[in-house]
Design a protein around this ligand. Sequence first.
Ligand code: ADP
Length: 431
Amino acid sequence: MKPVVTEALVTLIIVLIASLIGAWDDGVLGASVMAFCALGLILLRHLWWLSQLIYWARAPQERSPPTVLGAWGELCDLLYQQIRKATKETKLATTELERLRLAAEVLPEGVVILDDQRVIEWMNWEAEACFGLNAATDIGSRFTHLLREPVLLDYLNTAGRGAKPLKLTTQRNPGHTLQVQTVPFAAGRTLLMVRDVTQLEKLATMRRDFVANVSHELKTPLTVTLGFIETAADALGDASPDELAHYLRMASEQALRMQNLIEDLLMLSSLETDSPPMEEDVNLSALLAGVCEEAKVLSAGRQNISLTMSGSSHLVGSSRELHSVFSNLVTNAVRYTPKGGEIALRWDAGVTGGRFAVTDTGIGIAAEHLPRLTERFYRVDHGRSREMGGTGLGLAIVKHVLERHQAQFDIRSEPGKGSTFSVVFPAHRMR
Ligand code: ADP
């Protein structure tokens, strides 16, 4: 039987019994008084339970449900179940929301949520960094008051869904290129996404400059070669064999320049794309002796070249790449050291690692050029480098190879006195 029906029956029985007792004692008046008293007591009991329920319902999560009987008990149970279900659902939703918030917080992309008045409702850490904002103080402020770049305001006013991203620099984060994109969503709100593309822009510029440089470097010898070939062809009937040989020699020198350049470019490209260097046991005694011999051939007696070695001469790495490093450094020393100069190659190995140094008494390099020497095509003196057959890529290759071998590169130089280019290999590369 349902509690409400039981409750009604019990009430009825109690009132009936009370009325009968009253009637037994004092007739109709007694029955009425007793029935009234019984009803009053029952009402008081209901009011007490009701007040207990109201007291509990004010803070159901903090208080335990009251012990009430009958229909109130059933009502209390139902309320209790509903509250537990709602609490569970709210907890679940809060956890989900928190998880989403945390995920959005660590997104590599900056996200700002703006309301229909462009007031910042929320932003993640990356957005703070990109726009130079502070969530603690700037949430609740109008975004367009904080970032006043006209191009951005214009973009916010006009760009709709699917609009192309906008690239801009801001006063709040100078020196950084940002890429922003807006996505309108519910109730006039806007999702503003931002990315710091400074590095990408730099890379794109470097790539453009590189292509322009390569084209320029190839164009000059190609034009000169063509010129010599045309001259030789025009003079074929009239020129002496000596003159023709001269033209052909000049043409072949330029072709050699192009070949060197292409070889260096291929080397750079393989260094950039290849997997880690080979782990060979490189015998530096043999390798450096070879490099020294090559340098002597190139020098043709103009400089005095020496090689000294101490400690272990076995290194783990790629012999092809290491040969390229030593050869580039020694060739440069020969190129930039005038006649009669000294060039000393030195290898020292100990427990902390191995050090190779090339010291020359050449023309030296002014301090302002030192940080840029390993950039591609950077030359202190373009004319001299070309005249000496330099490609402008030698030290860029050296830097790449050394990075791949976890080695340090150091350049000390003084104009007019000479230079020391040294390379320090870590202990784990020594055998
Ligand atoms: P390059 O092919 O022009 O020699 P590198 O990348 O090998 O290109 O060197 C970059 C520049 O560094 C050279 O153009 C030259 O100006 C300078 N340089 C390199 N080595 C020396 C050196 N031993 N003495 C003086 N200058 C040097």
